[in-house]
Design a protein around this ligand. Sequence first.
Ligand SMILES: Nc1ncnc2c1ncn2[C@@H]1O[C@H](COP(=O)(O)OP(=O)(O)OP(=O)(O)O)[C@@H](O)[C@H]1O
Length: 233
Amino acid sequence: MLSYENVRHAFGERVVLDGCTFSVRAGECVALLGQSGAGKTTLFRLAYGAFDPDEGTVRVGGVDLRGVHGAALRQVRARIGVVFQAHELIDELSVEANVLAGTFGRRTTLGAIRSVLRPSALERRLAHDALARVGLGDRVRERAYHLSGGQRQRIAVARAIAARAELVLADEPAASLDPSLAREIVDLLTADARERGAALVCTLHQPELARSFDRVITLEAGRIVRDAVAGAA
Ligand SMILES: Nc1ncnc2c1ncn2[C@@H]1O[C@H](COP(=O)(O)OP(=O)(O)OP(=O)(O)O)[C@@H](O)[C@H]1O
């Protein structure tokens, strides 16, 4: 579903990714560990087609992303669900509207407005199902700013669940949460991916959270230093 082959990239003089090769199959949950600045977010941005790497190949669903733009790139992106950070929620909107805007309309501003103002019955059902799944089924009408930090992060997860994407990219979904909430968020993501047979890649700072994944990849200064079955010594 996602593969990196000998990917190298530098921003100016700074080499950020240095020969990264790994792939993630459909139905596989991969934790990506690494210290701040290791290159984790850059790998995600490449998967989303934000830019081409200096060298190497990035594929999503078998599509080589190099030089892919416009409608073709939008088609690739439609297969990817991104778990946004809770701080990207719009406080003044309801919980439901945040899921609708972040899930169905995220590719264009106009699409976001339409999804919030006039969601289709299907969009609304998917949003409600996802919110029920993360335990917020009774909070759909409340404004996002009424919710706690952990609940807000669950809204961010609901956005990705509602999208029912084949590939889910979660960039530090458990950052700044206490350990039990962090575990809850990670478990919600892995359970959803496993049920649907989706591929999940989740960046984490805390190695102890990686246990519920199938594989753990560790990145250090742009290089993969470990790629192992979760739980392996
Ligand atoms: N657009 C950019 N221009 C210049 N340097 C960049 C750019 N994007 C990222 N970097 C640099 O690339 C390195 C890797 O950044 P990246 O965001 O991928 O790390 P990360 O592993 O996700 O870190 P964190 O855990 O803090 O989010 C960092 O040194 C960062 O400053």
